[in-house]
Design a protein around this ligand. Structure first.
Ligand SMILES: [Mg+2]
Length: 250
């Protein structure tokens, strides 16, 4: 099991990585930023910081990072940190919808984690647990989808359920919008890498939300191919309806 310090460490690393990424933007005036460049600087700096922190504080643990070499030794490790140093990198420097994901996985399940959203000046972690917000956002459930899948996932959900749809970037930001009660669900019908979903799932579950694959089955992490077929993070009472809607024919 994760120990108390794992929760604290995840939160601290996510927060400090977020601060580092904000400083990097401050050092590069908007007019001087190379388009398609600042996010690469951010990816690299954030990855190196996270890997160095984990090497220092958890030297025996394995690491899977979006920006790192995938060492297959992680498959035999009992503790694996799955990190996305900068999620939503295409928004980095241009909007608030980017995040930092740090999660610890044991036996295929996230046991500690944190998501930092510097644009909202907040880091959510598994302990202390986020305050559960179970009141409905509006008269109809608000479901967040990815911009790239708005016409697929959004259309399917809207046709099958009485819901409102909105699209925005970053898996972590969409998941935290549900955690903080600004939306009722986040649904992604396509593949996601484990670094996209792992820390958001850890935090969402700690907040009392449901998290599952698109077909309602349990999520599993630290797989040989670190990807997941779809993701639902939602208020528990919406889960069955979303699973049914996403299984409906085109
Ligand atoms: Mg990334």
């Amino acid at each position: 099991m994760a120990n108390a310090n794992d929760h604290v460490l995840a939160a601290r690393i996510a927060s400090e990585t977020g601060d580092l990424l904000v400083r990097l933007l401050d050092e590069h005036a908007t007019s001087e930023r190379p388009r398609g460049g600042i996010e690469y600087l951010g990816d690299r700096a954030a990855h190196e910081f996270i890997v160095a922190q984990l090497a220092r504080h958890r030297p025996d643990d394995a690491v899977l990072s979006e920006e790192g070499y995938d060492d297959p030794a992680r498959l035999d490790a009992s503790r694996v940190w799955i990190v996305d140093p900068l999620d939503g990198s295409s928004d980095y420097g241009w909007s608030a919808t980017w995040s930092v994901h740090v999660a610890l996985v044991e036996d295929g399940r996230p046991t500690a984690g944190a998501v930092a959203v510097p644009g909202w000046e907040t880091t959510w972690a598994t302990d202390p647990q986020p305050r559960s917000i179970m009141s409905r956002v509006g008269p109809k459930p608000l479901v967040l989808v990815s911009r790239s899948r708005r016409n697929v996932d959004g259309r399917r959900l809207h046709r099958a359920m009485d819901v409102e749809i909105a699209a925005l970037g970053s898996a972590g930001v969409k998941a935290m919008a549900v955690v903080r009660g600004e939306a009722d669900a986040y649904v992604h019908g396509g593949y996601l890498y484990e670094w996209d979903s792992c820390a958001p799932v850890a935090v969402a579950q700690a907040a009392g939300l449901s998290a599952c694959r698109i077909d309602g089955t349990e999520l599993e992490f630290n797989k040989a191919r670190p990807a997941t077929s779809g993701l639902i993070i939602c208020r528990p009472e919406l889960r069955d309806g979303i699973v049914d809607a996403m299984a409906s024919p085109d």
